[in-house]
Design a protein around this ligand. Sequence first.
Ligand SMILES: [Zn+2]
Length: 228
Amino acid sequence: MAKVVMIYGQPGSGKGTQAYLLEAVRGFFHFDTGMHLEQVVRDPANKNNKKIQHERKLFDSGILLTPSWVLGIVQKKAGELAAAGSDLVFSGSPRTLFEAFGDSKNQGLIAFLKKAYGRKNMHFFVLRVSEKTSIWRNSHRLVCSTCGAPVLYHKNRTQHCPFCASPLRQRSLDKPDIIRKRLREYEERTAPILSKLKNQGFKINYLNGEPAPYKVFKNVLKKLESRN
Ligand SMILES: [Zn+2]
């Protein structure tokens, strides 16, 4: 049976890396909501779609897109992937209670995925790291300027992306004072989502995110396989 994996964790907890590993090693589809929305609003095939062009204007001016529209677009894509039998991994999303659980008029992503994949095939992880680790990792993290691959800084680092050889850059999101703010935002935003998932009877797997990514990955796989 196809699986859905949702990985939460503060910035620098390694959730993106674990999602990347599930994609690279296990063939999961890494569902990046922001990237998908950008594709939809920029797709030339949607040039004459008024609603989408309206959202494109919001996107281009950095304004939040209409939440109910986003929910619909995300579910449409998730539905296509489910029909194709793809395993999905989300890292850090759904980001809001509305995206996750919807409201009286809109079905949330969790309910949608429950129907498409079955609740026993949905797995939730939270990667835990200390604030110190989080800040260190974020302030030392580089990303490829072309393909976006994350590269952890180390002393003898190569100056170029190991995948496509583009120059690496530091993300502006990763400056220390911005990281502290993002840590607080993460707690405020994520805690209510996790507690609602627990209320719905989902098990949340808390994993130590401090070890090297390949060690964390072993623990992720162990949890995924133990419930088959
Ligand atoms: Zn690259």
